[in-house]
Design a binder for this molecule. Structure first.
Ligand SMILES: Cc1cc2nc3c(=O)[nH]c(=O)nc-3n(C[C@H](O)[C@H](O)[C@H](O)COP(=O)(O)O)c2cc1C
Length: 294
């Protein structure tokens, strides 16, 4: 009795399991697999931290309730503040409403999705490539984030909103360096830290949309794949909302992609060598900053 929204049906047709048993398909599709991504992401994150790059995340939306935030703190502060909230949301009023919405969905034997945001600070200018389609950092990040179970959309910076505005209200003006070690500063960060698939030194901002959990206690119509009879879909233990947990998986995927891109540009055989290469590059951008801001 395949569950709509899960791979049960497509996996059954694809793998033709003995006796039509979908158990192995649905077990292998489980997001429990992301535990290992978080473990691997923690190693990538430590490498990035040694090179001055920090990653955090928070929940911006659950079940249609949107957090009202005027400013996003630095990535380091972000996790400290998000972890205090049960739903990892910085807007306390919205967090309370999100919790009510999750409870209401559970009482209605239904599920909810939402949106989380991953932020990375301290990225050197120049990770990724504008030359090779498969090295563009935005494409790599979107692919990695979309590979997480139940993710249905990724925005970088202003994202879809950029498509609705004129260019003058989208692109981020340059101004003289504000002493942050970069040749220029920006008066805003609508680009979310990437231009041409290359990091521009501003914070990386990725937002990810998660669909509602597919296993419904009040199951949707399905088919008994042995008898062909119409019936309700299979039901088993399941979450009602996994957006706060998914944000942590999102951080791991961003860490893995960024560590990869960092090693591409600054690769070496020891931490000393890699961090030294990053430090030399930062000294180079600092030098340009001094030249351009005389
Ligand atoms: C952290 C996390 C927890 C999840 N927990 C559940 C769950 O308890 N029950 C469920 O049906 N789906 C859960 N999912 C979503 C399914 O794994 C996912 O929807 C399914 O594999 C189908 O893949 P797709 O939605 O990417 O097409 C979870 C996803 C994540 C990221």
């Amino acid at each position: 009795m395949p569950r709509p929204g899960h791979v049960d049906y497509a996996g059954l047709v694809k793998y033709r399991p003995q006796g039509g048993d979908m158990r192995n398909i649905l077990e292998r599709a489980s997001a429990r697999e992301t535990t290992m991504r978080v473990a691997a992401g923690s190693v990538a994150r430590r490498l990035l931290e040694e090179c001055g790059v920090f990653i955090g995340s928070h929940v911006t939306e659950i079940g249609g309730i949107v957090a009202n935030l005027s400013e996003i703190p630095s990535a380091r502060e972000l996790n400290e503040r998000a972890d205090v909230s049960e739903v990892r949301c910085l807007d306390e009023e919205a967090a309370r409403a999100m919790i009510c919405e999750i409870d209401a969905a559970r009482e209605g034997r239904d599920t909810v999705g939402g949106v989380f945001e991953v932020v990375a600070d301290g990225l050197p200018v120049g990770l990724g490539s504008h030359v090779h389609w498969d090295r563009k950092l935005d494409g790599r990040l979107a692919g990695a984030l979309m590979s997480i179970h139940a993710m249905k959309g990724v925005e970088i910076g202003l994202g879809f909103e950029a498509a609705r505005r004129r260019g003058s209200a989208v692109h981020d003006p340059f101004s003289h360096s504000n002493g942050n070690g970069l040749p220029v500063s920006r008066t805003r960060n609508n680009a979310g830290g990437l231009e041409g698939g290359v990091s521009n030194g501003e914070p990386l901002v990725c937002r990810v949309a998660m669909k509602p959990i597919s296993t419904l206690m009040n199951a949707l119509p399905s088919v008994n794949t042995t008898t062909g009879e119409a019936t309700a879909a299979h039901v088993e233990r399941s979450d009602y909302c996994a957006v706060p947990a998914a944000g942590v998986v999102g951080e791991a995927m961003v860490a893995i992609v960024l560590a990869d891109a960092l090693l591409e540009k600054f690769g070496g055989d020891s931490l000393e060598e890699i961090a030294g290469n990053v430090a030399r590059h930062r000294a180079y951008t600092q030098n340009i900053a001094e030249k351009w801001n005389r």
